[in-house]
Design a protein around this ligand. Sequence first.
Ligand SMILES: NC(=O)c1ccc[n+]([C@@H]2O[C@H](COP(=O)([O-])OP(=O)(O)OC[C@H]3O[C@@H](n4cnc5c(N)ncnc54)[C@H](OP(=O)(O)O)[C@@H]3O)[C@@H](O)[C@H]2O)c1
Length: 218
Amino acid sequence: MAGLNARSVLVTGSNRGIGFELVRQLVGKSNRPEWIFATCREPEGPRAQVLKDLAAKHQGVEIIPLDISEPSSVKDAATRVTERLKGVGLTLLINNAGIARVKAMEAETPEDMSEVYKTNVIGPMMVVQAFLPLLRKASLESPQNGMSCSKAAIVNISSEAGSITNPFLWEQAHVVNYRCSKLLTVNESVQSILKTLSHLSEKDTGTFVNWQGDVLPW
Ligand SMILES: NC(=O)c1ccc[n+]([C@@H]2O[C@H](COP(=O)([O-])OP(=O)(O)OC[C@H]3O[C@@H](n4cnc5c(N)ncnc54)[C@H](OP(=O)(O)O)[C@@H]3O)[C@@H](O)[C@H]2O)c1
C-alpha cells in the first residue's frame, strides 16, 4: 500500500472520532482517493452535521447510511456504493465503527456483552461480506485501481473487546488489524494509522499492528 494510493476508500462510523478524522485527513491528501465513502448511522442526525459540512466542501466524499449491526442497512449500503462506483471495485475498506463498554466484572451484563459482540465482531464481519464482491473486483483491476500492491485491502480498527481477522479473506485481500492507543490525540492517532497503512504490503496480511506500525503477537 505504499503511499496509500487508493482509488476508493470506505470508512465506517465516520461521523465522529477516529472515523471522522480519517475522512478529514484523507480529503486533505495530495493524492487523495477519488471516492471516499463516509458512512454513519444517522446522516440526518445532529451528530453527522460536522461530516455533512466536510462533505459539502469536498467533491467525491459521499455520505452513506450504515448501521453495521443491522443486516438490511449493511446490504443497502453495499448496493449504494456499488451503484456509485459504476462497475469498478472498492480499493480500501476501513472497519472503524465500534463501541466500548468499560465496566467492572461485577457490573457486566449479558445484554451489554451481546451488544459489544454484535457491533464489534459480527458487524465488521457483515460489512466485509457485503463489500467482498467490490473488494475482489478491485483486486482484479490492479494496477489500474491506483494501489501499488496487487490486491484490495481491509483494515479493522480494533477495540479492547476484540476484532475479527477474516481469515477466509486472506487469499483475496490484505487484512490488517490496527490497534489504537489512548495516549494519542485523535489527530495523531489518525496520522499514524495513515502512515502505517502507507507502509503495509501483502506480507502484512493477517497481522495485528499497533499505532507505530509494530507487529504485535496475538
Ligand atoms: N479512541 C480510542 O482510544 C480507541 C482505543 C482502542 C480502540 N478504538 C476503536 O477505534 C474505533 C473508533 O474509536 P473512536 O474513539 O473514534 O470511537 P467513538 O468516538 O465512540 O466513535 C465510534 C463511531 O462508531 C460508530 N458506531 C457505533 N456503533 C455503530 C453501529 N452499530 N453502526 C455504525 N456505526 C456505529 C459511532 O456512530 P454514532 O455516532 O452513531 O454512535 C461513531 O461514529 C472503535 O472501533 C473503537 O473501539 C478506539
